[in-house]
Design a protein around this ligand. Structure first.
Ligand SMILES: [Mg+2]
Length: 169
């Protein structure tokens, strides 16, 4: 469980992710959560820094796919706005969305990075699919009830991690 919930890397915001470094590591595919990773929960306005980061990623040649558990009516307009491909109702951390992507596109998992703000959906998903995972802090705090529930669990796990690390050293 611990391994599945541990991201390869944690950053504050999406735009803090070093795209040049990912490229150096041979990464070419970005599998991206949408809500609270690229755009604030319940908003259709992409923050300028997030938009610039996505633009730069495209310029560097990354293939970007939104992989969102949210519904089509929310995901598709944003994908269109950003000019990227998208799969809605992805059912992360399960493979449903990933499978749909793999049917449509060639997704080399060895070159893919999963980026998201939630441990139990985005990070567990990426880790169980064997792709590199990057956790970002959520853009805003206001969220649905299920997300709040997952976060409470996450906090419990993080707290325990700190307790254990104190004992190991
Ligand atoms: Mg999210």
């Amino acid at each position: 469980m611990a391994k599945l919930t541990t991201p390869c890397l944690s950053v504050k915001k999406l735009w803090n992710i070093d795209l040049d470094e990912l490229k150096r590591q041979g990464m070419t595919i970005l599998l991206m959560d949408m809500d609270n990773t690229i755009v604030p929960w319940h908003s259709f306005v992409v923050p300028e820094k997030a938009r610039q980061w996505v633009l730069r990623a495209k310029k560097l040649g990354f293939d970007i796919y939104l992989l969102s558990n949210n519904v089509h009516s929310r995901v598709l307009p944003l994908a269109k706005d950003l000019g990227v491909e998208a799969v809605a109702n992805a059912c992360k951390p399960w493979r449903r969305g990933l499978r749909r992507l793999q049917k449509l596109y060639e997704i080399d998992l060895a070159r893919a990075v999963m980026i998201g703000d939630q441990v139990f959906t985005d990070i567990v998903a990426g880790n169980s699919w064997g792709v590199k995972t990057i956790l970002v802090d959520p853009l805003v705090r206001r969220e649905g009830r299920m997300t709040w529930f997952a976060r409470t669990l996450e906090k419990g796990i993080m707290k325990r991690k700190i307790d254990f690390s104190g004992g190991e050293d």
